[in-house]
Design a protein around this ligand. Structure first.
Ligand code: FE2
Length: 245
């Protein structure tokens, strides 16, 4: 399986604090059947001062450690970019790391605040589309506005955004409102991929199988499998030699 949203790099956001903890997460991912993890550290000006260059450097060090520890996990990178006015400047300055391309557009992971959908979000996304950039919205099922009223997601659907569902949400581990919303979004057919959004070994491990199995009940086994294998693979094929066929 291929995990496109996880926090595995040590000491750069609210993921693992130490290298040991980070290596443990990598081992858990492998044990769960994950072959490729694309790390997505938070990029949130004023809170997590990461950008493409700093993430690249941190990943290079972690790759070395993974190899030394003999953990058979392939690593790629993007970032979880917080929605805000800063995104415009970061894009223009080449600071946003992209997964790869989808239908000729560069794709990155965009995080809305958990509390609401900020007014003007649609304007920012239209501007991104004009730059040939397509956002994938992180875990819409955990946004309070969308939980309350599913229609809040409609403008993003109409603009052609991609959507990442968190595997633990559909497995019921984020509570009933997130589960109900995850179910409704899967039924609506707008979920592109599932990912772990792993942060730690205890409460938020890098796990996808429970989400795949729960989603299979709604969208069927074949589509659920595609959401953790071929669909994420397509978005990052440029980052991995073995997906580039
Ligand atoms: Fe995340």
């Amino acid at each position: 399986m291929i995990d496109l949203h996880c926090h595995l790099l040590p000491g750069i956001d609210d993921g693992p604090e130490t290298l040991e903890q980070a290596l443990e997460l990598a081992r858990i991912a492998v044990a769960n059947g994950i072959t490729h993890s694309v790390v997505t550290p938070h990029i949130h000006p004023g809170r997590y001062e990461n950008d493409r260059v700093s993430i690249e450097a941190s990943l290079a060090a972690f790759r070395g450690a993974i190899e030394e520890a003999g953990i058979p996990l392939q690593l790629g990178y993007a970032g979880e970019v917080r929605l805000g006015a800063e995104v415009l400047m970061m894009v223009q300055q080449g600071q946003v790391p992209f997964y790869g391309e989808f239908e000729g557009k560069k794709v990155f992971l965009l995080e809305l605040p958990h509390s609401h959908v900020p007014p003007g979000s649609d304007k920012l996304i239209r501007w991104l589309l004009d730059q040939n950039i397509l956002p994938m919205i992180a875990h819409p099922e955990r946004n309070k506005d969308i939980m309350r009223k599913l229609d809040k997601i409609q403008p993003f659907v109409e603009m052609g955004c991609l959507f990442q569902l968190t595997a633990s949400s559909i497995a019921g581990l984020f509570g009933d409102p997130a589960l109900d919303t995850a179910r409704a979004l899967l039924e609506k057919g707008c979920i592109t991929i599932m990912a772990s959004d792993a942060h730690n070994a205890t409460h938020r491990p890098p796990q996808l199988d429970h989400g795949r199995d729960a989603a299979a009940e709604i969208v069927g086994a074949e589509m659920a499998e595609a959401m953790v294998t071929s669909r994420p693979g397509e978005l990052v094929r440029g980052q991995f030699e073995d997906l580039n066929g």
